[in-house]
Write a new protein. Structure first.
Length: 220
């Protein structure tokens, strides 16, 4: 795929934003006090036919920041021992750098201006990313600080479902409940969902978005 193809495609499809699907696993719900434990990011690409598809995944385990709150109920839910010796977790600053660097490279390669976070209930993931950026003082955050794409909202529009597992079923995407609540698995499945919704919309309504001559067909 040539760079010129992508620059005329994904760089213009979302007003210069590169969609990157992010999922985080955490030790609670408060991004300022509770530990970030896992982060995974799936970069979205556009092929020569204008279809979106998930590309590379970048992920890491994260060491709890000093003084972080660890809610036992959250740890039990995601099945994570933050201090297990085999986690190979990175310090928060190193973890963000590990994930951010390849995203910045693709932003530059595709002619985009910034990345935009895509998440299922994206405010949660973006909140933890922003809090970690603030704590670590990282200056080269590739993500827009407050804009995001929320697949819970998009799936509610497209399929009438906002719960991730049910949206996957409606979109005919495989979902394994036993693998759920892993940052990598959830990010990769969410990336498939995002691409399915956008690709179906573009097929029905045209890309970039325009006023259709006739009402779009059902997503079902």
């Amino acid at each position: 795929m040539s760079n010129s193809t992508e620059k005329s495609g994904i760089a213009t499809r979302f007003r210069g934003f590169l969609p990157v699907v992010v999922d985080v696993e955490t030790a609670g719900f408060n991004p300022r006090t509770d530990a970030l434990l896992e982060i995974a990011a799936v970069i979205i690409r556009m092929d020569e036919q204008g279809k979106l598809h998930p590309d590379t995944t970048h992920s890491t385990h994260v060491q709890p920041f000093p003084g972080a709150n660890l809610e036992q109920s959250a740890l039990d839910f995601i099945g994570v021992d933050p201090y297990h010796p085999l986690r190979a977790a990175r310090l928060e600053c190193d973890a963000l750098g590990h994930v951010f660097k390849p995203i910045r490279n693709v932003v530059k390669e595709t002619g985009c201006t910034r990345a935009i976070l895509v998440g299922h209930n994206a405010f949660f993931d973006l909140g933890f990313v922003n809090a970690a950026v603030e704590r670590t003082g990282i200056k080269r955050n590739p993500f827009h600080s407050f804009s995001s794409f929320d697949t819970a909202t998009l799936a509610g529009l497209a399929y009438g479902q906002t719960v991730l597992a049910r949206a996957m079923q409606a979109a005919n995407i495989n979902w394994d409940e036993e693998q759920a609540h892993s940052a990598i698995y959830d990010a990769q499945r969410t990336a498939e969902l995002f691409c399915a919704i956008i690709n179906t919309w573009d097929e029905k309504c045209g890309s970039p978005v325009c006023t259709p001559r006739h009402p779009p067909e059902s997503f079902s």
